[in-house]
Design a protein around this ligand. Sequence first.
Ligand SMILES: Nc1nc2c(ncn2[C@@H]2O[C@H](COP(=O)(O)OP(=O)(O)OP(=O)(O)O)[C@@H](O)[C@H]2O)c(=O)[nH]1
Ligand SMILES: [Mg+2]
Length: 200
Amino acid sequence: MDCRPRSEICPTTAVRSAKIVIAGGFGVGKTTFVASVSEVPTLHMDEPITQASDGVDDLAGAPQKSTTTVGIDFGRIHINDELALYLFGTPGQTRFRPLWKNLTEGALGALVLADSRNLDASHEHLALLEEHGTPYAVALNRFADAPEYPRQEIRQALDLAPETPLTECDARVGSSGYQALISLVAYLADRHHRNLERRP
Ligand SMILES: Nc1nc2c(ncn2[C@@H]2O[C@H](COP(=O)(O)OP(=O)(O)OP(=O)(O)O)[C@@H](O)[C@H]2O)c(=O)[nH]1
Ligand SMILES: [Mg+2]
């Protein structure tokens, strides 16, 4: 149970809040993203990576990585005075798939972090969001040695629908992550208005 005072968990001016999932493959930067973007101290459920993960988890992209998320990451950010986003970072490893149902339940949408060095790692997470009917945007988390591909090639590799936003961010920089969240929220608002217009 979170014992922090309510004012620390929810801004006093917020009249609306939304659950947003931060998803993506193993080591793509989800925990880093939630920590850098959150305006409150974040909750992390990370454990040290042990030898048991040898041959199971691919550490090639982040050789210094020493921990992995075994539960959730949790943080909060205001998009404006009235709207607070509660950020739920997922575990990247596929063995935690059973957690996904609860993680996506009630989520307004998801931001999927992708790494251009290993776009294939995103497919399972995109498929799970499709399966749960959770709308999403994608943000490429830039690593120094990541290859540059034309946007269209990345969209094709990830098999993104034409309307799905694809942005870039640096998960270590809060303002950059904030922009990626804004692109997701703008997409969700658009989608909501389009759905309202389609109603008889
Ligand atoms: N160079 C660089 N390193 C990053 C970036 N984002 C994260 N890292 C590093 O990459 C490693 C992986 O970050 P995490 O935030 O633990 O990744 P994760 O997606 O939460 O990992 P799992 O929960 O294990 O799936 C860490 O060592 C980070 O410091 C980035 O944008 N650039
Ligand atoms: Mg993590």
